[in-house]
Design a protein around this ligand. Structure first.
Ligand SMILES: [Zn+2]
Length: 787
C-alpha cells in the first residue's frame, strides 16, 4: 500500500477550477501577514476567507452528525463548555438543514473530498462539514475545536456566544501513518495518562499510537499463559535517586519477584485496561500498534522465565550495553512462547501492524549457545551471504514470526535491524538509525515508516533537536523515485523514557515538537512555512496552558556563562522577535518566577553576582534557566614557578555529569601540553585513559598579552565544563555525543586560572579546547602550571 488511497467510488478530482482560484487568492490574502493566520495545527492544505459574517455559536446552536465518528459529540461538548448546556447534538436528518446548525454531511463526488479529508464551509447561517469517512468528520471537528477558544476552567466564565470567521477549508493528510510512540517500559504511566496522550494525538490529527509495551525496564502487558511476565517482570527494584523508578542504569535492573521485601517500581496494564485504551483510541481515529520486543530488549521476560534464554547465560546483565536480554531462538519452547504471546497480543489489538522490535540484538550469547548453533546447522544459516550465521539466525526468526503474523492476517513492523540478514518479504521497516534502512527497504519495494533519530527522537534535548529542526524534516528522502516514495507510509516521533519519569516531563518533551511532526506528516510539503508555524505557535501556548498541558520553553541564549570585570559591566540578552514569553531574571542565584524582575534592556552590574534568566509564561511558569556569573576579577600580572603545560588528574567512576572533583581522590595524575584528544586515543601524554567510566580535570593559567575579547570553544563526548577564575564560562555538561560550545569573554593582560572538567560514560570519547583572540589565531589553548 502506498500513500493516500481513496476508498472505492470516490473521485479524487483535485478541486474545481473556480475553487482553486479562490483558494489561491485566499492564500495570498492570508500570506500577507502570518500573525493573522488561525493558529491551527497541523495547518490545513487550503484555507480561504469567505465574504460573509462570522458564524456565531450560542445556546441555540445545533450540531447534526450521523457520521458515526466522535466528531459531532466532541464539538458539541466544547460548545457547551463555552456557551452553555443548551447546545444540542442531533442525528435526525431533518435537523441538518436548519439555521444555526453545524452539519456533518457525507461528501458528494463534486466536493472532491479525499480519504481522511474533509471540506469545511463556515458561513454566517451555518457550518457545513463534508466527509467521506468517519476519520474525515473527526478531523473537521478537531479543526473547528481549534478555531474555537479553549474551554474555560470554570462554567461561570462562559459567554453567550463565540464566533468563527467565515471561510472555506479543504483538507486531507499527506501521509497515512502519522505516529507517536511511547515507551512505558523504562517508566510506567497509568491509563489516564495514556488517554491524555491519545487526546493530544487526536487533536493534532495523528492516527497511530505505537505503544512500546515490553523492554528491559519492565513487561507491561498482562498475559494469561505466562502470568510471571507481570508478577515478576513488571516490578523492578526501585533504586531511589531523584526520580520515581530511580536513576536509569541498565546494570542495576533487578526483578526480584513479589516477596523480596524490597521497594519496587513498576506496573502493568490488565487486558481490560488495554481493551479500554484500544477502544478509546479507535473512537479518536487512532490505531494502537503494540510493540512486543523480540529477540532482544527482553530482560524481564528472561528473569521471569529463565529457560527462554540461551544455555549457560546468567540471568542478570553484565555492565555496559551487551546485556543478557535476548531470547534463545535455538529452543523450541522459546518459539512456542513467542507465538503464544503474539496470539494474546492479536486478541487485544485489532491493528493490522504488529511491531516486534528486533533492534539492538547482541549476538554474542548465540555464538556460545549450543542450541542456537544447532539451529544454525539444521536451518542451513551458516552460509556465506555477507552476514554472520547469528545475523542469519535473527533474520530466520523474524521471517518465521512474519509468516506467522501473515497467516493471521497481520503485518510485521520492526526497527531497521530487521534488514540485517535479509528482509522478511511482507515486513514493514521502521527506520530509526538514520534514513538508510528506510531507503533500502523502499528501493526493495517494501513499506517504510520513517523515524530517524535526527528529527524524531523526543527523548533528546531541545538543544540537540530544536523545534525548527523537527519542522525541517521531510519523511521522503530525496534519493527515492516517485514510485519508491510511495512505499513511505509516513513517519512518527519516538518517546523513550529512560530519562522521562513523570507525565509532566513527557508533555514537556513532546510539546511543542509534536506540533511540528504533526504538521510535517499532514500538510503537503509546498504548504509548510516555518515563519507561519512560529507565529501560530506563539498564539497556541495559551491554549496549551488552558488545557493544562506542560510544554518546553526555550532557554535564554547567552553569549557566555561568565563575565569578568573590575568596576562596572553591562549584561545584554538577545530576545528573539516574536518570543511569546517574558524574560525575567534574578541576581541572587534563585530561579526566576512570574514575580521576578522583567528584563527590558541591558543590566548594569557593579558587584559580583549571579544573574539567572528564564522565560516565564502567562501562568508564571519558568522554563530552563541560563546563568551568567558576573565576577569582579583582576588577573595576576606575574605568577612565578610556572612551566608550560596543564596539570591533569584522572578519576575512575560512573557519572552522568562532570563530578565535583574536590570531593574525589584521583586514580592517577600527570601533566599534559594539550587537553585535546580524539577517540580512539588510549593515552593523554603521561595518563592512560580507560575505555569508559572516567573523569578528567585539568588546571593551568592562561596568559593574556593583548587586552580584548577571547573566544573559547569546548567540545566533548560526553560532557565537559570550562571555568575561568572560578566562574563557569562554558557549560557543555551532560550525557551526549560530540558537541562543541563557544563563549566569549573580555580579558586584560595577566594570568587567568583555567579549569577543565570532563567525564566519559560509554561509547566514543573525545575532548577539545581551542581559543582565538587579539593576535591569536584559533588553536589549542596553551596553559602554564606548576610542574
Ligand atoms: Zn541460544
Amino acid at each position: 500500500m502506498g500513500r493516500q488511497t481513496a476508498p472505492e467510488g470516490v473521485t479524487i478530482n483535485d478541486m474545481t477550477l473556480a475553487a482553486t482560484c479562490l483558494v489561491a487568492a485566499g492564500l495570498a490574502l492570508f500570506a500577507r501577514d502570518s500573525s493573522s493566520l488561525p493558529a491551527l495545527f497541523p495547518y490545513p492544505q487550503r484555507m480561504t476567507p469567505l465574504e460573509d459574517s462570522p458564524f456565531a455559536a450560542s445556546q441555540g446552536t445545533l450540531v447534526f452528525d450521523s457520521s458515526g465518528s466522535l466528531g459531532g459529540q466532541l464539538l458539541a461538548e466544547r460548545l457547551r463548555a463555552l456557551v452553555g448546556e443548551g447546545v444540542r447534538l442531533s442525528g435526525e436528518r431533518a435537523d441538518a438543514d436548519r439555521d444555526q446548525v453545524i452539519a456533518f454531511l457525507p461528501a458528494l463526488p463534486q466536493h472532491g473530498v479525499r480519504y481522511e479529508g474533509y471540506r469545511l464551509t463556515i458561513g454566517n447561517r451555518r457550518i457545513e462539514v463534508r466527509y467521506v469517512d468517519p476519520a474525515g468528520a473527526l478531523h473537521a471537528a478537531q479543526t473547528l475545536i481549534q478555531l474555537l477558544p479553549p474551554a474555560p476552567s470554570n462554567p461561570r466564565q462562559r459567554t453567550s456566544r463565540v464566533e468563527i470567521p467565515a471561510m472555506e477549508i479543504a483538507d486531507w493528510p499527506r501521509f497515512s501513518w502519522r505516529g507517536m510512540h511511547l515507551d512505558v517500559s523504562r517508566h510506567f504511566f497509568p491509563v489516564e495518562d495514556i488517554k491524555r496522550y491519545l487526546d493530544s494525538l487526536a487533536l493534532h490529527k495523528m492516527n497511530v499510537f505505537h505503544w512500546h509495551l515490553t523492554d528491559d525496564g519492565g513487561w507491561r502487558m498482562q498475559s494469561d499463559r505466562y502470568p510471571k511476565l507481570t508478577e515478576v517482570g513488571a516490578w523492578r527494584v526501585d533504586t531511589g535517586g531523584q526520580w520515581p523508578g530511580g536513576n536509569w542504569n541498565y546494570s542495576e535492573l533487578r526483578f526480584p519477584g513479589p516477596n523480596s521485601g524490597k521497594k519496587l517500581y513498576g506496573g502493568y496494564y490488565t487486558k481490560e485496561q488495554i481493551r479500554d485504551i484500544v477502544k478509546y483510541a479507535a473512537d479518536r481515529n487512532i490505531t494502537v500498534v503494540p510493540e512486543i520486543e523480540m529477540p532482544g530488549h527482553s530482560l524481564p521476560a528472561l528473569v521471569a522465565y529463565p529457560k527462554l534464554g540461551c544455555e549457560g547465560v546468567e540471568p542478570y546483565p553484565e555492565p555496559g550495553f551487551n546485556r543478557t536480554n535476548n531470547f534463545c531462538p535455538g529452543k523450541d519452547e522459546t518459539l512456542e512462547f513467542l507465538e503464544a504471546i503474539l496470539d494474546e497480543t492479536l486478541d487485544l489489538f485489532p491493528s493490522k501492524f504488529i511491531h516486534i522490535g528486533a533492534d539492538e540484538v547482541w549476538k554474542g550469547f548465540w555464538q556460545k549457545c549450543p542450541k542456537c548453533q544447532e539451529r544454525i546447522r539444521t536451518e542451513g544459516l551458516a552460509v556465506n551471504n555477507g552476514h554472520s550465521p547469528e545475523e542469519n539466525l535473527q533474520s530466520w526468526l523474524v521471517r518465521r514470526v512474519e509468516s506467522y503474523l501473515w497467516r493471521k492476517g497481520r503485518r510485521l513492523v520492526g526497527w531497521d535491524e530487521i534488514l540485517e540478514g535479509g528482509l522478511a518479504p511482507g515486513a514493514t521497516v521502521m527506520s530509526w538509525r538514520g534514513i538508510a534502512g528506510g531507503i533500502a527497504a523502499a528501493k526493495a519495494g517494501q513499506d517504510v515508516v520513517m523515524s530517524p533519530t535526527s528529527h524524531c527522537y523526543f527523548d533528546y534535548s531541545y538543544e540537540t533537536t530544536p523545534v525548527r529542526h523537527v519542522y525541517s524534516w521531510d519523511p521522503v528522502p530525496a534519493d527515492l523515485s516517485p514510485e519508491e516514495a510511495k512505499h513511505v507510509l509516513g513517519g512518527q516521533a519516538n518517546v523513550w523514557t529512560e530519562w522521562i519519569p513523570t507525565w509532566e516531563r513527557v508533555e514537556t518533551m513532546i510539546f511543542p515538537r509534536m506540533l511540528a511532526t504533526a504538521e510535517v506528516l499532514w500538510t503537503e510539503k509546498s504548504a509548510l512555512d516555518w515563519n507561519s508555524f512560529e507565529s501560530r505557535l506563539a498564539r497556541y501556548f495559551p491554549r496549551l496552558d488552558a488545557m493544562g498541558i506542560a510544554y518546553h520553553m526555550p532557554k535564554p541564549t547567552i553569549a557566555a556563562g561568565a563575565v569578568l570585570f573590575d568596576d562596572v559591566t553591562r549584561v545584554e540578552i538577545d530576545v528573539p522577535e516574536g518570543m511569546p514569553f517574558l524574560l525575567r531574571f534574578t541576581s541572587d542565584g534563585s530561579l526566576p518566577t512570574g514575580d521576578s524582575r522583567l528584563y527590558d534592556g541591558p543590566i548594569e552590574v557593579r558587584e559580583s553576582s549571579v544573574l539567572t534568566f528564564s522565560y516565564v509564561n502567562s501562568q508564571g511558569k519558568a522554563g530552563d534557566p541560563a546563568r551568567i556569573e558576573c565576577k569582579k576579577y583582576l588577573p595576576e600580572k606575574e605568577v612565578r614557578g610556572l612551566a608550560e603545560g596543564w596539570s591533569a588528574r584522572l578519576f575512575a567512576g560512573r557519572w552522568s555529569s562532570v563530578p565535583a572533583f574536590e570531593e574525589l581522590s584521583p586514580s592517577a595524575s600527570g601533566r599534559a601540553l594539550s587537553v585535546s584528544f580524539a577517540d580512539p586515543a588510549s593515552s593523554l601524554e603521561s595518563l592512560t585513559l580507560p575505555r569508559e567510566n572516567f573523569a578528567l580535570e585539568f588546571a593551568g593559567f592562561f596568559r593574556v598579552e593583548s587586552p580584548g575579547v577571547y573566544t573559547f570553544s569546548l567540545g566533548s563526548d560526553d560532557g565537559s565544563v570550562l571555568w575561568i577564575a572560578g566562574a563557569k564560562l562554558i557549560d557543555n555538561d551532560g550525557l551526549h555525543g560530540y558537541l562543541e560550545k563557544s563563549a566569549s569573554v573580555a580579558l586584560k593582560p595577566g594570568y587567568y586560572p583555567l579549569r577543565v572538567g570532563m567525564f566519559q560514560a560509554g561509547g566514543a570519547r573525545s575532548l577539545s579546547l581551542n581559543v582565538e583572540g587579539p593576535g591569536l589565531a584559533k588553536g589549542q589553548v596553551k596553559a602554564w602550571s606548576r610542574p
